[in-house]
Design a protein around this ligand. Structure first.
Ligand SMILES: Nc1ncnc2c1ncn2[C@@H]1O[C@H](COP(=O)(O)OP(=O)(O)OP(=O)(O)O)[C@@H](O)[C@H]1O
Ligand SMILES: [Mg+2]
Length: 515
């Protein structure tokens, strides 16, 4: 009769030595199984032996007063003993029997009727039973741990995780759901899932569920779809739903993972709008670039023929005056068209940057020389401040020159007297130029208009009237060119004191703006 491979450790708690001897002989007569019998002659010794020796099975003699045995059983359980306990008693008392089993006794044997076979079977069953109980307890612990793990994952998710039963009632609700929908768990448990849908989705949902109850497979299972949700405060919001189902105990349950995608949608919409606007702007710039080109051709003809007519010395004074006006207007028109054409080309991305190493001091000197004639009076002094040695930089020199010409043109145009300084700042460590300033002592620009002046066709009222020149495109073109070259064009100004326009060639940390 096979019980265990190792000797079974039996603890007998019994105050009679004769019982111990009897038990020993009974155990030794059991075939195919070795036993190691320990005897404790008192309850205390018995409890101590349970703690120390961890027997496989305890046999406890209840003596005449069977309740002693029960007391011991209780104490053994409290001491954490997992060994099954078989009670031995003088009489077969059914009430006591029941009570003992209720307390966890594995079996209840009457001493007089005890045989080796009975004892062996009782011990075998008791140990098997204890093993099963132990396994069950272990599985329960594992289940509890896994449930706790699952709960903590579900609870800590920022997405809403909602469980529903096969009547579409909410049976699970995590903190993510609380944050997204605004309902606490106790406000939604047991409620139909429809609560979370705008009215317009409900009919479809009911229909889907009806189909599911009639044996159909819900369409949404295993898919991620975009829908709308209804918050507790009555507002709708776009959401993404992934739905899964599982079957347990004959019922089907659903898990929905929902994510509020309001932000994402907004960002997508903005991106689309931005792309559409950029496309429209490119198309406009393309159109303007083509148009400007077409407009230039007849203008060149007008200017050419007017020049020819002006060469005719025979024309009278009035006719010459008219011709000169035609010429002046046509030239203004040509400048305007050229400017528009330039700007449109930059905006349409049709302008290539031709970068090569250039000496900034050479460019600056060229510009100053070229612009000297545009001073409004000899009272305006042009000052050039360039560091003694500077490294060349790699850039599109022609475009940078165009920017500086525009800035100088403005400075000279708006400065009646005083100075226009062109200042180049270089890094004290590697001598590479970091900034070019065009500083004037002109009328200055009001602070609230410092941004406006870079917009196309924007000219400050008074000045535009005072001098009939310019189209209001110089700064717009300059800023676009700077963007193209990777530079920053900034302005600082004090009304009545003058303005400083700066081209930042590199991000600088050391040099203050000098005036
Ligand atoms: N240095 C400056 N001092 C004072 N005001 C300025 C200065 N530079 C620009 N502005 C103001 O900013 C406006 C826009 O300048 P911008 O160079 O774009 O146009 P513009 O000089 O009027 O015409 P364009 O440059 O097309 O010939 C000017 O009309 C002027 O009112
Ligand atoms: Mg200008």
């Amino acid at each position: 009769m096979y019980m265990a491979q190792h000797p079974v450790r039996v603890l007998l708690i019994d105050d009679q030595e004769s019982d111990y001897l009897l038990m020993r002989s009974m155990l030794s007569s059991i075939p195919n199984q070795a036993f190691y019998l320990e005897w404790a002659s008192s309850d205390e010794a018995g409890l101590e032996a349970i703690r120390r020796a961890a027997p496989d099975v305890c046999v406890v003699d209840c003596g005449i007063d069977a309740s002693d045995g029960l007391e011991l059983l209780k104490n053994a359980c409290e001491a954490g003993s997992k060994a099954p306990v078989i009670l031995l008693t003088g009489t077969s008392d059914f009430q006591l029997n029941g009570e003992a089993i209720g307390l966890g006794a594995a079996d209840f044997l009457v001493k007089d009727q005890l045989t080796a076979a009975l004892l062996e079977r009782s011990m075998r069953y008791a140990m098997a039973h204890a093993r099963t109980l132990d396994e069950l307890r272990r599985q329960q612990d594992e289940l509890r741990a896994s449930e706790l793990r699952f709960r903590s994952v579900v609870q800590s998710a920022s997405d809403a995780i909602i469980l529903a039963d096969d009547s579409a009632r909410i049976i699970g609700w995590n903190r993510g759901a609380e944050a997204i929908f605004g309902y606490g768990e106790d406000e939604v448990l047991g409620f139909p899932i429809e609560l979370l849908m705008p009215e317009r989705y409900r009919d479809k949902h009911r229909l889907g569920f009806k189909r599911f109850r009639m044996g159909g497979r819900p369409h949404l299972i295993g898919k991620t779809v975009q829908l709308e949700g209804l918050r507790k405060d009555g507002s709708d919001f776009p959401l993404e739903l992934s739905l899964a189902s599982w079957t347990s105990g004959g019922g089907t349950f659903f898990t929905g993972i929902l994510r509020d995608i309001s932000e994402r949608k907004r960002a997508d919409e903005m991106q689309c709008a931005r792309e559409a606007a950029e496309e429209a702007s490119r198309a406009k710039s393309n159109f303007v670039a083509n148009m400007s080109h077409e407009l230039r051709i007849p203008l060149h003809a007008i200017i050419g023929f007017t020049n020819l007519l002006l060469k005719n010395k025979n024309s009278d004074t009035e006719a010459r005056d008219f011709l000169e006006r035609i010429l002046l207007n046509a030239k203004d028109q040509l400048v305007l068209i050229n400017n528009i054409l330039n700007l449109s080309k930059i905006e349409a991305g049709k302008v290539d940057v031709e970068a090569r190493p250039v000496a900034i001091d050479r460019i600056v000197r060229d510009v100053v020389r070229q612009m000297e004639g545009q001073r409004r009076s000899p009272d305006v002094e042009i000052v050039l401040r360039v560091p003694p040695s500077m490294r060349p930089i790699t850039t599109d020199g022609a475009k940078l020159k165009q920017v500086l010409i525009n800035l100088m043109e403005n400075a000279l145009k708006f400065t009646e007297s005083g100075t226009v300084i062109v200042n180049v700042a270089a890094s004290p460590t590697d001598f590479s130029p970091v900034r070019i300033d065009v500083i004037d002592t002109g009328p200055g620009i009001p602070p609230q208009q410092l941004d406006e002046i870079f917009e196309p066709f924007r000219q400050l009222e008074k000045r535009a009237i005072s001098r009939r020149s310019g189209t209001g495109l110089g700064l717009t073109i300059s800023r676009s060119l700077c963007d193209l070259l990777g530079y920053d064009l900034r302005v600082q100004s004090k009304e009545g004191r003058g303005s400083t326009f700066s081209v930042l060639l590199a991000s600088e940390t050391v040099l203050p703006l000098s005036a």
